[in-house]
Design a protein around this ligand. Structure first.
Ligand SMILES: CSC[C@@H](O)[C@@H](O)C(=O)COP(=O)(O)O
Length: 357
């Protein structure tokens, strides 16, 4: 059964795109139209759109939007650079821009805008297929647990790697949706994911889909793993190095360490476009540092139901805010891709023809 996004995370609208604004979720479901390169770059930087596969698709549409105004070599070069500068860690962004550049640079300027729209649409549609295939491969892991013991299969995840973060069903949540569709009982443990609380997006989309879940504090993961309340951990990734080291939302590595200690298998689910064979290991993955106010302030609804930002730490409090961490390959049982589940140390053997992104 093909997964249909309840609200498209991105769709073409004439010479622009309409996005689901993730900065307002889970409190408000609002869509915005983006019609300039600057608006697209801002949407990615501010995380109105976020999640590695969706960032890549959005950037591809951003190129098409820019070329609709000016398709000369300089304008194309400017669009590719401006979008590449928005966020450093998710390699899908750079993969998508590389693909757009390779497709468009050889063309005459007059042919570029139309070709850019077609290529961006292709990236979006391919992501739907990719998510579905990740779901099919990951489903086998959930089925294996369900066959072993009664009761719901308890899957812990971190951040949001569901449909909201992609153009399809998601990556880490795709196996969960596939299991739910098959009638296999699952219960998802959703960590909050401070400071940006992407776990709330995960809890929101699971609730909308009727998938049982519990929101947990990030710091509760250790005890829930140690006392045997978790069968599997599955998270997404923003960049997987050639040796299998995987960057994902900060806090992922702590879950992998706790999972290893508790003997719970830890999996990464990511499309092939997240594998970066040009990056030898995790130490070469650029880690994004984000604004200190993400920690000093919390967003939520006030008593009148208005979205508001509350300061919880003084304006001048020193903050360190890395947005991602790197989970070493030795802690990862497998990487669930659309082409199958690979052992992290065997990516090159499993995908020998892979081009560096
Ligand atoms: C399918 S999304 C995979 C990852 O991009 C996701 O787990 C993640 O870390 C997202 O980070 P974000 O900073 O919210 O873009």
């Amino acid at each position: 059964m093909t997964f249909k996004q309840p609200i498209p995370t991105i769709r073409r609208d004439a010479d622009g795109v309409v996005i689901l604004d993730q900065t307002l979720l889970p409190h408000r479901c609002a869509q915005h139209r983006l019609s300039t390169l600057d608006e697209v770059a801002h949407a990615i930087r501010s995380m109105q759109v976020r999640g590695a596969p969706l960032i890549g698709a959005t950037a591809a549409y951003g190129v098409a939007i820019a070329l609709g105004r000016d398709a000369a070599d300089e304008a194309l070069d400017h669009a590719l650079r401006a979008l590449a500068a928005t966020r450093p860690t998710a390699v899908n962004l750079h993969w998508a821009l590389g693909r757009m550049g390779a497709r468009l640079l050889p063309l005459a300027p007059s042919a570029r805008a139309e070709a850019a729209w077609l290529e961006a649409e292709a990236i979006r549609l391919e992501d739907q297929e990719t998510c579905a295939a990740i779901g099919r491969h990951g489903l086998a892991l959930i089925e294996a647990v369900a066959a072993r013991r009664p009761g719901p299969v308890r899957v812990m995840t971190h951040c949001n790697a569901g449909w909201v973060a992609t153009c399809g069903a998601g990556t880490a949540l795709a196996p969960v949706y596939a299991a739910h569709a098959r009638g296999i009982a699952v219960h998802v443990l959703v960590s909050e994911t401070r400071p940006r609380n992407q776990g709330l997006l995960t809890a929101w989309e699971l609730r909308e889909a009727g998938v049982p879940h519990s929101l947990i504090a990030d710091n509760a993961a250790g005890i829930l793993l140690a006392r045997g309340d978790t069968d599997l951990v599955i998270t997404g990734a923003d960049r997987v190095a050639a040796n299998g080291d995987s960057a994902n939302k900060v806090g992922t590595c702590l879950k992998a360490l706790a999972a290893q200690d508790a003997g719970v298998p830890f999996y990464i689910a990511a499309p092939f476009s997240t594998l970066d064979f040009a990056c030898p290991d995790g130490s070469a993955i650029p880690i994004e540092d984000r604004d200190a106010d993400e920690l000093r302030c919390v967003n939520g609804l006030d008593a009148a139901g208005q979205l508001t930002s509350l300061r919880q730490a003084p304006e001048d409090m020193a903050v360190i805010n890395p947005a991602f961490d790197v989970t070493p390959a030795r802690l990862i049982r497998g990487i669930i891709t659309e082409r199958g589940i690979a052992a992290p140390g065997a990516l090159r053997e499993m995908f020998p023809a892979a081009e560096p992104s």
